[in-house]
Design a protein around this ligand. Structure first.
Ligand SMILES: *Cc1c(COP(=O)(O)O)cnc(C)c1O
Length: 474
């Protein structure tokens, strides 16, 4: 399996060569040259595996350059019961008419742990193999940064420099990141907003000499290793849901899955799983008030918005108006033609619009993707009603998913909804919905009290550069 760029400018490279960036040198995104398929018999043979075993099989279809033994060890370490609070790593919970797929059992209580724990183990393995080091520079408004830090804390050969906007993260998010005491984790609070943080990353990573000297890398959502790791729970969810189905009927068992979406990373993995042969009927893309992707899937017209035109909502991890992974989907719609992709992207950069309305009829029929958007009022109502009917408290992102899923139920087709975070991370909206925040286990209460380690800096690239120079892994 080799990887190339959506824009055609990357010589074919194995998986182990494309781990650090996701972005190809020509500005395109890294994609596999072909999509491997899984037969119904192979799928049945995977039914016996535990989560780590399944991960090694699924990711193994993509992980060129890595031995099967190494991959199996990496998956065992990443998806260990100690990391995910016991087995099963991904629990399925019936919730009225739908089934919740629990992706938030990891250390940061959000689904990004699912891919980041794998990437952390994989990076340590690769850096050790090559006898080299890596400095991860990133910007976060919450979930990504903490998932990266928990995945890379204490790992050999890696340091993390994570920029966050001063005073803009929740108390819980701050506690989660800033309480880490590992020497290779550097929290940097920037006097500015998330866009300022992202800009600083761009400036520093854009300085080629500095980037090379300090081996700067990223672990953001366009990273293909994360996409590959996210495939696993789609297979797992289908396998566990079909355990109850008569063996003779399993091959024809189709389910739909709703995905709370922002950067189109999670649902792109779902589409890839479907393309590999997993019997998924519909993938339902759920957004909040920042409904750029919903508009795209309903009309075929993609109109990304600026940071200023993005609403700050009560499901903040989906406050995204430029979906960094969408190029991978557009590449598929355009028949994997890099030249057509380049033309469309040039048009998008020129006019701010990408018009695929002539292809929109294929989005559901061929790609299986439909969409919907939810609002603050719907989230509150969904959290309240779910709690009343089932006793389960869901987080606002999962509530967006549940609200949109309810509009896409079809007779005879079970609906699964991905739970992307735990409600403890979002006490305000939970309290608004059910009168009190979700209960905090003792270790999380302690976390909120723990001393915090963070360096405040002005919105200035030189200040960040100095910190990297002083603390980089070498
Ligand atoms: C990141 C995130 C999302 C969005 O996932 P994408 O892969 O960016 O579409 C949804 N919910 C939560 C809680 C997240 O942290």
């Amino acid at each position: 399996m080799k990887y190339r760029s959506t824009r055609g400018g990357l010589p074919p490279a194995p998986f182990t060569e494309i781990l650090i960036e996701g972005l190809a040198p020509d500005g395109g995104l890294v994609v596999p040259e072909t999509v491997p398929t899984v037969t119904p018999d192979e799928l049945e043979a995977w039914r016996e595996l535990d989560y780590a075993g399944l991960a090694a099989e699924v990711i193994g279809r993509y992980a060129s350059g890595l031995s099967a033994e190494a991959l199996a060890d990496i998956c065992r370490a990443a998806y260990a019961p100690e990391v995910f609070g016991g087995e099963p790593i991904v629990p399925l919970t019936p919730l009225g008419e739908v089934t919740l797929v629990g992706l938030s059992e990891g250390p940061t209580l959000a689904f990004k742990d699912m891919a980041m724990q794998f990437l952390g183990q994989l990076l340590e393995h690769e850096l050790t193999e090559r006898g080299t080091t890596l400095n991860i520079l990133g910007a976060t408004s919450g979930d990504t940064g903490s998932a990266a830090e928990y995945a890379l804390r204490g790992k050999h050969g890696v340091a993390v420099f994570m920029l966050s906007p001063q005073g803009r993260m929740s108390a819980f998010q701050r506690a989660q990141m800033y309480s880490l005491t590992d020497e290779n984790i550097h929290n940097i609070a920037v006097e500015g907003d998330f866009d300022d943080c992202q800009h600083l990353v761009k400036v520093l990573a854009g300085d080629t000499a500095f980037k090379r000297e300090h081996r700067l890398g990223a672990v953001n959502s366009i990273n293909f290793a994360r996409i590959a790791a996210q495939l696993v729970y789609y297979f797992w969810a289908w396998l566990r849901h079909s355990d109850a189905v008569e063996p003779a009927e399993r091959a024809g068992h189709r389910v739909s899955i709703t995905v709370p979406s922002g950067n189109f990373g999670n649902i792109f993995s779902g589409w890839l799983a479907r393309r590999m042969g997993l019997p998924l009927h519909r993938l339902v893309l759920a957004t909040n008030e920042n409904n750029v992707l919903d508009e795209f899937f309903r009309t075929g017209v993609y109109r990304p918005r600026t940071g200023e035109a993005t609403f700050a909502t009560s499901s903040p991890s989906m406050d995204i108006s430029r979906a960094s992974n969408l190029e991978r989907f557009v590449f598929e719609v355009l028949g994997r033609d890099p030249e057509a992709l380049r033309e469309h992207w040039a048009g998008l950069e020129r006019d701010g619009v990408l018009d695929l309305s002539a292809e929109q009829h294929r989005f559901a029929a061929e790609f299986g993707i439909v969409s919907g958007a939810s609002s603050h009022a719907e989230r509150v109502e969904t959290i309240r009603e779910t709690h009343r009917a089932t006793g389960v408290v869901v987080d606002p992102h999962t509530a967006d998913g549940l609200a949109v899923a309810a509009r896409h139920l079809e007779p005879g087709i079970p609906m699964l909804v991905l739970e992307t975070a735990k409600p403890q991370k979002f006490p305000e909206i939970v309290a608004e919905a059910i009168g009190a925040p979700a209960e905090l286990p003792a270790e999380l209460r302690e976390l909120l009290e723990a001393p915090q380690h963070v360096v405040d800096v002005p919105n200035d690239a030189v200040a960040v550069r100095n910190l990297i120079e002083a603390h980089a892994a070498h």
